[in-house]
Design a protein around this ligand. Structure first.
Ligand code: SPQ
Length: 428
């Protein structure tokens, strides 16, 4: 990368060949620390994501008296049991992480102490009412619907809750509160969202049962620490799945990627678009499906993406939009209004940035329409401080005529600090 004023030039690699192992899954890494902290015994985590979001989670738990040792991608959490967290002596800081903020609301509202939570400017704009409202039905006392949140520890009781949005963060916040609530908490999901919490809690001995879209959880006095082997994050692999598909003469092997069916929507979509993706070495590791992938250059065609596949690929939509730009025909993305409340409004950000390079793209209420297969030119891109935007735009720039720059390469640290090393390492 060369720096032009405050902008960083996005170099083009032309063709990609090689083998990478993307860093650990962000969602699983967060959950392993949180659940490890309230388990009895020691949790050894391997393949942990050393990204800024997961570091924020570690720091919050250290502030609540949990001893956590880190060495490379190995993390050891010395659990203190269900009632072992201590009141922090300062406000918890969740940085850019929606997962940390929302899951902590659920975990902390039933503790016997008060705690305040805040994050960076982006977190302070993200809606927290989606968790604080149902938690208050359980007896939680949380001030504000945006950060800073002030949580006054309260006695909780189970509720039956129909989720108005498909959200693993809302679901998990309710499950975590349900571990401390009298009676049973019954959650009806709107659509199936990622289920890492349910899998991990079940392995740790919690009283939790899933039946289709229903999750039942009861008060739990003890969780048994488990060792967690975190697979590579399919949301990070997504950038290379699209890169390998759109660049000519390319073949990328991506090792050890999580294949939890609640996360693999991108594979279904890219295959429907005509991508050449071979899945090999499928296995189950610590309850999570894992596999290797070989992605080869292909000719993509447009597709329609909507309905219950959306929660299975929500974080991949910006880079799927990149694939759509280089696909023949039209791609329609709908039912994805949730993109508006991510690190930035990812519908608006994708449409605005893509238009800068001449892409024929329309914004809709709940998604976008992309007319692909046309040539595009480079541009000075803004990432809006959003890691997934920064990485998606880097892939987009690869097939643009002329130079492109990016205003913020550092934000990739949130989920994929070594992204640019892996990316440039594939040039041949
Ligand atoms: O943690 P954060 O900031 O919300 O991260 C994002 C991301 O792109 O990395 C979303 F902005 O992922 C969320 C995801 O969109 C992580 C997540 C989880 O680990 O439970 C669930 C999804 O969010 P939601 O709102 O659908 O529950």
């Amino acid at each position: 990368m060369g720096t032009i004023n405050t902008k960083t030039k996005i170099n083009k690699i032309g063709r990609a060949k090689g083998c990478i192992a993307v860093p650990g899954d962000k969602s699983i890494s967060h959950r392993a620390v949180m659940l490890g902290a309230i388990a009895d015994g020691t949790t050894h985590i391997s393949g942990f994501l050393n990204g800024a979001d997961c570091t924020a989670t570690i720091n919050c738990f250290r502030d609540m008296g949990i001893e956590i040792e880190c060495s490379g991608d190995s993390v050891t959490v010395h659990g203190k049991g269900m009632h072992g967290l201590k009141a922090p002596d300062k406000m918890l800081y969740t940085a850019n992480s929606g997962t940390t903020t929302r899951l902590l609301c659920g975990l902390l509202c039933g503790q016997p102490f008060d705690v305040s939570i805040t994050g960076d400017a982006s977190i302070c704009r993200r809606p927290m009412g989606r968790v604080t409202k149902p938690l208050s039905q359980m007896g939680a006392d949380i001030e504000n619907e945006y950060c800073p949140l002030h949580i006054h520890g309260s006695a909780l009781h189970g509720i039956e809750y129909d989720m108005p949005v498909a959200s693993a963060q809302v679901k998990t916040a309710l499950i975590l509160a349900g571990l401390y609530a009298d009676g049973e908490t019954l959650i009806h999901e709107k659509e199936k969202s990622r289920d890492h919490t349910e899998l991990m809690l079940s392995a740790m001995g919690a009283d939790i049962h899933t039946d289709g879209l229903d999750i039942r959880v009861k008060k739990t006095e003890r969780l048994n620490a488990q060792n967690v082997k975190v697979p590579g994050d399919i949301s990070s692999a997504a950038f290379f799945m699209v890169l390998g598909s759109i660049l000519p003469d390319s073949e990328i092997t991506i090792l050890n990627t999580g294949m939890n069916p609640t996360r693999t929507g991108i594979i279904d979509v890219l295959l429907a678009m005509g991508a050449d993706i071979e899945i090999t070495n499928e296995r189950v590791s610590a309850g999570e499906k894992t596999a290797d992938m070989i992605v080869r250059s292909s000719s993509l065609k447009g597709t329609e993406i909507g309905g219950d596949i959306i929660p299975r690929l929500i974080d991949e939509l910006p880079v799927i939009a990149v694939a759509a730009v280089f696909a023949e025909g039209t791609t329609v993305i709908r039912d994805a209004a949730e993109l508006k409340v991510k690190e930035t409004n990812r519908i608006r950000a994708v449409v605005d940035e893509f238009k800068k390079c001449g892409i024929d793209i329309e914004e809709t209420d709940d998604g976008m329409i992309i007319h692909g297969g046309k040539s595009i030119h480079g541009a000075d891109f803004a990432a809006y401080g959003d890691h997934r935007m920064a990485m998606s735009l880097t892939i987009l720039a690869q097939l643009a005529e002329g130079d492109s720059t990016l205003d913020d390469v550092g934000c990739v640290d949130v989920s994929y600090p070594t992204f640019f090393d892996d990316f440039y390492g594939l040039k041949y």
